[in-house]
Design a protein around this ligand. Structure first.
Ligand SMILES: NC(=O)c1ccc[n+]([C@@H]2O[C@H](COP(=O)([O-])OP(=O)(O)OC[C@H]3O[C@@H](n4cnc5c(N)ncnc54)[C@H](O)[C@@H]3O)[C@@H](O)[C@H]2O)c1
Length: 330
């Protein structure tokens, strides 16, 4: 079978490709577990870091392009025995400043992908990455669950809610077999910060670990629902593998998370660093009103019980996440 990962050059798409190579198989549209003979990474840009170590696996291919280009998207979905992990997206900060691009990439791009899957004579499984930015506003409770009304307060969040609803409807119609994973903030992103408003949640751990100064744009009391990157990759695979008859009519699953204040994240960091004899860089408070305003619209905890019931793993602890990052990336 073939696996297409859109956003395959990004943080999570790239880690997912590596995990799928190790795993070697998935449930194909036939309903049977099949060996993966092709993994196609699609992105606007695939850096040398994103390609490193993947070249030696003969099943890996990459294509650069724009998800908003319908013909190109159709050319990616060229086999009936295909599964798709749709991660390509403009992120929250960018969507606030580039409204038209946000609609074109996040909405039109997803529609092209859904239509390309619908055009096959099979029913491809498709995992879509949504976000807790799907929630927000005055009526939002502190802890959100799959039963919470989705009232996003950012353009990014609006595109994710529409994406979830489209996945539900294309699945109800039998055009695809879709599942959406609604992600909390994922830590720790390696490399450079991105333009997501939540980028500081990784930065406050990553930069000091690298001995660099971190400028913190939010108050240390800010609560964040976070999840480790290894857990989220396993969650994508678990959602993909869940049998269709175990899924409800709402195929959007909020992933579980752990809730911590930024101050608690810094405490755990200091504890791990001291146990590993790492000298940390400094953390400097530098409030940023734009980031604070976006982050304040997001929920501070998530209830992921519904996802856990269909096989999504329970979250690792903060200390485990920091330890794993040091092992994997430092
Ligand atoms: N990382 C998180 O904390 C988090 C939280 C909630 C939701 N998500 C969602 O998970 C997914 C993956 O997140 P990530 O952290 O890996 O983000 P990322 O920014 O590292 O990866 C997204 C990738 O999409 C690519 N992309 C953007 N526009 C494109 C286009 N027009 N055509 C093709 N590719 C394009 C980017 O180049 C990037 O490599 C995204 O959909 C994101 O919205 C992530």
């Amino acid at each position: 079978m073939k696996v297409v990962i859109t956003g395959g050059g990004g943080f999570l798409g790239n880690q997912l490709a590596r995990q799928l190579i190790k795993r070697g198989e998935l449930t194909a549209p036939s309903g049977q577990v099949e060996a993966i003979d092709e993994i196609l990474l699609f992105d606007t840009h695939l850096s040398d870091v994103a390609k490193a170590g993947l070249e030696e696996h003969s099943q890996t291919r990459w294509v650069t392009g724009d998800i908003a280009d319908r013909d190109q998207v159709f050319s990616l979905i060229d086999r009936d025995d295909t599964s798709v992990f749709h991660l390509a997206s403009m992120v929250s900060g960018e969507c606030e400043v580039r409204f038209d691009d946000a609609l074109s990439i996040n909405l039109d791009g997803q529609r092209h992908l859904l239509e390309a899957c619908r055009a096959r004579s099979s029913t491809p499984r498709l995992v879509f990455t949504s976000s807790i930015a799907a929630f927000g506003g005055e009526i939002m409770p502190e802890t959100v669950s799959d039963g919470t009304k989705r009232t996003p307060q950012t353009t990014y969040g609006v595109t994710k809610v529409i994406g979830e609803l489209l996945i539900n409807d294309y699945s109800r119609k039998g055009f695809i077999d879709g599942r959406s994973a609604r992600l909390p903030t994922i830590i720790i992103r390696p490399g450079k910060p991105n333009t997501a408003a939540s980028s500081f949640a990784s930065g406050v751990l990553r930069e000091p670990l690298a001995g660099q100064t971190c400028e913190l744009p939010v108050d240390r009391s800010q609560l964040m629902p976070v999840l480790g990157y290894r857990d989220v990759i396993e969650s994508f695979i678990a959602l993909h593998e869940a049998a269709p008859d175990t899924l409800g009519d709402d195929r959007a699953y909020g992933l579980p998370s752990i809730q911590h204040s930024v101050a608690e994240m810094i405490e755990s960091l200091e504890e791990v660093a001291s146990s590993r004899d790492i000298t940390l860089g400094e953390i400097v408070d530098k409030p940023d009103a734009v980031i604070q305003r976006i982050v304040a619209t997001w929920p501070t905890a998530t209830d992921g019980e519904r996802a856990i019931k269909i096989g999504v793993p329970k979250p690792s602890t903060l200390m485990q996440i920091i330890d794993t990052y040091i092992d994997d990336f430092m």
